[in-house]
Design a protein around this ligand. Sequence first.
Ligand code: SGN
Ligand code: CA
Length: 540
Amino acid sequence: MSDSKSKFNLMENKVSCSFSFLLLPALFSACQSGTPVKQKPLNIIHIMTDDHSYQTLSAYGHPISQLAPTPNLDRLANEGILFRKAFVENSLSTPSRACLMTGLYSHQNGQRQLGKGIDTTNVFFSELLQQQGYQTGVVGKWHIQCEPKGFDFYHILWDQGDYYNPEFRSPQSNGKYIQEEGYATTLITDHSIRFIEECEKDKPFCLLVHHKAPHRNWMPDTPYLELYKDVEFPYPDTFYDDYTTRCEAARSQEMSIEKDMTLVYDLKLDNLKDDPENAAQWTTQSLLNSFERMTEEQKNAWFEAYTPRNEEFVRQNLTGDDLLKWKYQEYLKDYVRCIKTIDDEIGRLIDYLEQVHLLENTVIVYTSDQGFYMGEHGWFDKRFMYEESFRTPLIIRHPDMKKGIESEFLVQNIDYAPTYLDIAGIEKPEEMSGRSLLPLLEGGKPANWREYLYYHYYDYPAVHQVRRHDGVRDERYKLIHFYGEGAGTDPDINCNELYDLIADPHEINNVYGNPQYEAVTVRLQTELDRFRTDLKVDEY
Ligand code: SGN
Ligand code: CA
């Protein structure tokens, strides 16, 4: 742990009453009574999964999640605030993580695409917390193409990381990734608890717990390989979306369950590995690699569960809609099995905090790096500004704020950095675009809360071939503009979509150009232009 001189030592003797009292009620009462206090600022735990859809977190109430509930996450929601309109700015891993660390939009922090871009001259909020005397740690998926900045402790996965027996790098491993035996979600929780155990007790900590699960290719842990085996999950209303009324982008994506979800790599049909049509996935996307990493015991459990299913699949010789439905059901089962371990392990972390009397001294945030399609529009993956991937789950449990409430205010992942600085009583740097969420945690309507969100996706051409787009969303409407030159045989694109989210919550009816919506279109276009100008957006 850092031995940097703690700024909180100052506070132990005499607390300045100009400190952020809203955040520290105990401190406030002590100040009012003139008694010297020994209270330190709250600890912060930011738990972020990779690709967790709000549709599979049962506190949100979606039918899929009612068949595969998440009791520990629901506990967090019951003891905190559930955000129903939480969004990302760019629905992709590294851009989302860069928004988290900097409080800046993608074009401001440089990380527009998955594989490149971060401008490391930007301040990370972790650096400011560290300077303030916080003990800072990050465990799990880091993924940004730079060293963890502003951390006393890190224990990070290689790139996307592996589910079984993954490699981690820490300051002690001299730049090497070292393999550990176990399942990623459990190991990440173990290392998180170890970090907390080793923290100095008289200083606050901020820990980022970044899970790999439930990222593609959705490999569950051994106790859950057959969980939900006999459940039939409901099909989304837009499962057979034919994309009429929409721009070319919705048609030309490569993230369809029918066409792009693979049988060997995604659906674990290892018995098709020699089949000429499917063979490539065995070595290129590499289910083989996942199996080679497993211990004998893990492999035995895996094959015991999947072999009968795989043999049955070959016997059935499914085609057409039957095959599509089989893929959807099996995809969902593996995905929610991964969520089950996430939920267990978050429960374990909360129980640990309770045991060591830290629960009432710690702000716990649960979110994902973006949302995910659970078959809506026929898709998996994310990237689009449509709700399922633009939105993300968000729960904040703050020990001194309202419990069991929901918020409908528009919030975005650029808001985390300012929020964490606010909790620590640090003024946010002027250039940070996000806003502290603390005023929302009391449940009231804060003055001048934002009415519009800006979104921008840049990673094209790339895997899944989602075209570049930006857009704005307010409470009810969403305007999206797809743009840019087409790669290869793709056409150039310059096309708008407008959705009325009350009349059309599933976004299948693009009303751009409909005279009834002219006033709304003008208003949203004005806001979009304003964002582009004010934020100095350089492509659209
Ligand atoms: C990998 C996945 C993609 C996924 C990206 C980004 N393919 O490339 O399906 O969209 O990561 O995901 S895989 O064959 O490697 O599984 S992100 O969460 O990191 O943004
Ligand atoms: Ca992700």
